[in-house]
Design a protein around this ligand. Structure first.
Ligand code: EPU
Length: 344
């Protein structure tokens, strides 16, 4: 379809929270040429811009009075190997879970712990997606991006991406400056299952699988996610709403002194990553909404770290609930919670 810019477009189906925000101008990007054409258009220079991928990690708090570019580049390729790894690429608009399943069908293991994460391939590096003991950075080779200042496509390696826990340069200094167009993964030829995460190990034991294949791990991870996390197709959400906060070990010890069951994971640098879900749950939020509010924004009843849109919630309602949660956690535990999704 020829490249067009549409006006006053609903974004409701394009964000997994299902927030009914609208865009003043909207362009669907299917090719690099579309990106080049977009830069020439007057709407490009007229007001703010937002690059939208799978919409699975953002919260609209108002209508977007500018240009939304929805990245829908598709295509997957096998680029050969570097000796020990398969190099496999996918364009930014490919669905993440469909890509993971494709790699498993082709017998290229490595992404199985990241099965069923909602969103697109292009969004995956933005927050360095991670689950069940694996982070994207561990399987990352390089990515290609369109530089919005120069109109050229270039390559970026992991160092330049600045990956950290649920974070990257794309959330910080590169925000609004580049469009990720393609991501290349390094998938190990000599593969070992990563099954140290408690829930994964327990489900494998329950199913009496002692030497799991990558497909077994993907299926177990998928089953755990389905049991705990709400399906965005059924109830709007953006996965974990807060990052798990990292505190020093004396801070963790002080919390443990009052709350012996507090959940924390020691980090390589001596700090402790706290389970934000546990903190929020302990403050009594699981399954609840903000007292006195409409009740349309709520805390998921099976995972306290996930906020949900029960239907018709505004982004402002979700944000008000998130603020109240963060305030109660700060008051009770002295720990600051930081939102994980991008707030627009
Ligand atoms: N817990 C509670 N109450 C709850 C939920 C959990 O007390 O309502 C406790 C659990 O008992 C457990 C701990 O909190 O001991 C951690 O819970 P869980 O294993 O569900 O993991 P999480 O830390 O809440 C993180 C990621 C998820 C990822 C899982 C599995 C972040 C912010 N979240 O959640 O990622 O799927 O681990 O690896 O790091 C996402 O980023 O959107 C996401 C879903």
């Amino acid at each position: 379809m020829a490249f067009t810019i549409r006006r006053d477009v609903s974004l409701e189906a394009l964000n997994t929270f299902g927030i009914a925000a609208r865009a003043r101008c909207f362009a669907r990007i299917e090719t690099i040429e579309d990106l080049q054409a977009l830069r020439e258009r007057p709407e490009w220079a007229d007001g703010p811009r937002l690059i939208l991928g799978g919409g699975s990690n953002l919260l609209f708090t108002r209508d977007f009075d500018g240009l939304v570019a929805h990245v829908a580049l598709t295509g997957r390729d096998y680029l050969g190997d570097d000796g020990d790894h398969h190099l496999v690429s996918a364009c930014a608009g490919e669905n993440w879970d469909a890509f993971v399943r494709h790699t498993l069908r082709e017998a290229w293991p490595g992404l199985e712990n990241l099965a069923l994460i909602p969103g697109s391939v292009g969004a995956a590096p933005v927050q360095n997606i991670g689950a069940y003991g694996v982070e994207l950075v561990e399987r990352f080779a390089w990515l290609e991006f369109f530089d919005l200042a120069t109109g050229r496509v270039a390559r970026m390696n992991a160092d330049a991406c600045g990956f950290a826990y649920r974070d990257s340069a794309f959330k910080r200094e590169l925000r609004g400056r580049v469009v990720i167009t393609r991501v290349v993964f390094r998938l190990p030829k000599r593969w070992e299952p990563r099954i140290g995460y408690g829930d994964v190990r327990a489900m494998l034991e329950e199913q009496a699988i002692d030497r799991p294949t990558a497909l077994d791990v993907a299926d177990v991870v998928t089953a755990i996610r389905r049991a705990k996390l709400p399906d965005p197709a059924v109830i709007g959400n953006a996965g974990s709403f807060f990052k798990n906060p990292i505190v020093t070990s004396p801070v963790f010890d002080a919390i443990r002194a009052c709350e012996p069951n507090a959940v924390g994971y020691p980090q390589a640098d001596g700090c402790v990553k706290l389970a934000a879900a546990w903190l929020i749950d302990r403050c009594g939020w699981r399954g609840h909404s903000l007292p006195g509010a409409s009740g349309r924004a709520a805390v998921h009843d099976r995972q306290a770290l996930v906020l949900v849109n029960r239907g018709g919630a505004t982004g402002a309602e979700v944000l008000a609930l998130a603020s109240a949660i963060a305030e109660s956690v700060a008051a009770r535990f002295g720990v600051a919670l930081e939102p994980e999704p991008v707030i627009v």
